[in-house]
Design a protein around this ligand. Structure first.
Ligand code: SF4
Ligand code: FES
Length: 343
C-alpha cells in the first residue's frame, strides 16, 4: 500500500497506522505522541496530540476525511494522502491540544525531575502558547505513597494510561489504574497498595511527564548534568535484557534507565533490580557514550570529547562553591571509551 505524508510517499504493510508510516519516513513530519507507545499493546487514542489531516482517503474512495484524525489509531489505506506539519489546521489543533493538556499540568519544571526529558515540555516548546488563558484553579490531588521506588505526582499526570498498560502487560498483578471519571479521573492504587512488581520501574520510563519518577534519583541532579552511557550486565531476572543507560555524575552512577530511541521509547524493558539496586560502576560493563538527538538539552556540553573543565555562563556568585561539581560534570578524570558514534 502506498501512503503519502506531507508529499513524501512510502510503501507500507496493511495494518500500518499513519503514525507508524510517518515514523518510517522520519523527520519533521512525524506527529508528536504523548500516549501511543509502540511497545505497549492498545496504547494511543487518548491524548489527541498526533492529529493529522487526511486530504485523500484512498485510491478507491478519494474523499477527504472531514475531521482531523488521531494518526496513532488510524490505519493507512492504499493511495491515502495525509498532511501533518504542512497543514495549518493541524498546527492549530496541536496548539489547542497542548493548551488543553497544560490546563491542569503544574508549571513546576524547575523542580521536576523530568525536566530536560519531558515530552510535554517538548510539545509546549513546539506548539505551546506563552500565555495561559486558564483562570480557574488547577486540579490538585492529595499525595499518595505508591511504594518504595516510584514517586507519584498525580498533579502532573496527563492520563495517557501508558503506566497502566505496563502494569497490565509486563507484571502479573496490576494494583493500580485510572480511578473516577472526567475531571476527577486519576491514577491511583485505590487502596494504597505498594507497586513492587519486578518490572514496575518501567512505568517511570514510559511516563511522558514527571508524574512517575524514580525515588532513588529524586532531586539528586538535573538530567543535563548527568552523562548517559550504554551499559549492560548479566541479569538473571527472567525477561530482563540487562541492557541499560547509566546516568553518571563524575564516577558515580546516579540513575539507571532503559535505552530510549529517538521517540523516547525504551528499546527493551528492564527489571527493578537493574534499575534500582545496581548503582555501582563495577556492576556494569560500560559500552560507551549514549547517542542523543542533537537539539536535546541532555546533549548540552557534548562529552564525546573530554573536557578539562565545564564553564557555565552565569553569574559568578551563583556558582561559588561548585568547583567539585564542575569537575564531576567535566569527568576529566575518567577515561572515555567511545562507540565510534558522535552525539
Ligand atoms: S502517571 Fe504518567 S504514564 Fe501514568 S497515566 Fe499519568 S502521565 Fe501517563
Ligand atoms: S499519541 Fe495519538 S492520541 Fe495520543
Amino acid at each position: 500500500m502506498k501512503v503519502t505524508i506531507d508529499g513524501q510517499s512510502i510503501d507500507v504493510e496493511p495494518g500500518t497506522t499513519i503514525l507508524q508510516a510517518a515514523r518510517m519516513i522520519g523527520g519533521d513530519l512525524v506527529p508528536p505522541a504523548m500516549c501511543y507507545y509502540s511497545k505497549l499493546k492498545g496504547s494511543g487514542g487518548k491524548c489527541r496530540c498526533c492529529l493529522v489531516e487526511v486530504s485523500k482517503g484512498s485510491e478507491a474512495d478519494p474523499r477527504p476525511m472531514p475531521k482531523l484524525m488521531a494518526s496513532c489509531v488510524t490505519g493507512c489505506m492504499d493511495g491515502m494522502e495525509v498532511n501533518s506539519k504542512s497543514s495549518a489546521r493541524v498546527t492549530e489543533a496541536r496548539k489547542s491540544v497542548t493548551e488543553f493538556l497544560l490546563i491542569n499540568h503544574p508549571l513546576d519544571c524547575p523542580i521536576c525531575d523530568q525536566a530536560g526529558e519531558c515530552d510535554l515540555q517538548n510539545l509546549s516548546f513546539e506548539h505551546g502558547n506563552p500565555k495561559s488563558r486558564f483562570i480557574e484553579e488547577k486540579r490538585t490531588f492529595e499525595p499518595e505513597d505508591i511504594g518504595p521506588n516510584i514517586q507519584l505526582h498525580m498533579n502532573r499526570c496527563i492520563l495517557c494510561q501508558r503506566c497502566v498498560q505496563v502494569a497490565d502487560q509486563l507484571t502479573d498483578n496490576r494494583v493500580h489504574g485510572v480511578l473516577d471519571r472526567g475531571d476527577h479521573a486519576n491514577i491511583s492504587t485505590g487502596i494504597s497498595k505498594a507497586i513492587d512488581n519486578e518490572f514496575s520501574g518501567n512505568m517511570i520510563d514510559v511516563c511522558p511527564v514527571g508524574a512517575l519518577t524514580d525515588k532513588t534519583f529524586r532531586f539528586k541532579s538535573r538530567v543535563w548534568f548527568n552523562k548517559p552511557f550504554n551499559a549492560h550486565r548479566e541479569c538473571t531476572t527472567p525477561g530482563c535484557c540487562g541492557k541499560t543507560t547509566v546516568w553518571m555524575f563524575g564516577g558515580e552512577i546516579q540513575r539507571v534507565t532503559g535505552r530510549k530511541d529517538e521517540y523516547h521509547e525504551v528499546e527493551e524493558f528492564i527489571c527493578n533490580s537493574c534499575r534500582f539496586d545496581h548503582k555501582n560502576v563495577n556492576d556494569w560493563v560500560i559500552e560507551g557514550p549514549r547517542e542523543f538527538e542533537k537539539d536535546s538539552v541532555i546533549n548540552q556540553n557534548n562529552y564525546t570529547q573530554k573536557l578539562e573543565k565545564v564553564e557555565i555562563d552565569t553569574e559568578k556568585t551563583i556558582l561559588l562553591g561548585r568547583d567539585i561539581d564542575r569537575k564531576k560534570i567535566s569527568m576529566a578524570a575518567i577515561p572515555l571509551t567511545t562507540n565510534d558514534k558522535k552525539s
